[in-house]
Design a protein around this ligand. Sequence first.
Ligand code: PNS
Length: 165
Amino acid sequence: MTRIAVFPGSFDPMTNAHLDVARRASGLFDRLVVGVLNNPKKAPLFAIEERVALIERCVADLGPHVSVDAFDGLTVDFARHHDAGFIVRGLRAVSDFEAELQMALTNRKLAPEIDTTFLMTALEYGYVSSSLTKEVARFGGDIGPMVPGPVAEALVRRMAAEARV
Ligand code: PNS
């Protein structure tokens, strides 16, 4: 039996907390598809193609069973499209739990055959979020501990470009 999971998110951009969850999940499932939500309404900093390309670089060493794909619409439809029986989400702190529980129960109502599995982020990344990382980068703070190398470079470049406008 092949165990397939999707790991959905906005990933604007991928952080070390996300990557830590992807790494843990890659050891648990036969196939893992990182799903990048294309939601133009959220006005992301990075376009969908940029986010997918950055994540591909970040997960390159996790193995050929890990892939990245963009999606729009429902996560459960994305999961079904990939024949996945599992949705992976990371939990950093208790504060994440309520929203995640609501999403998991909604997804279960929509697709009872798909289970959401939660993985605890490593303690050292418990404070890391995409939005705060963007804020720190915008004001020139050190984002090195928060995001993978390719993301840090892309953030610094993007903030410098924005500052020139
Ligand atoms: O990284 P995020 O922003 O916390 O990820 C949230 C995400 C993308 C997993 C969630 O918004 C989502 O699943 N969106 C797709 C729409 C959907 O399926 N909604 C119903 C279930 S929550």
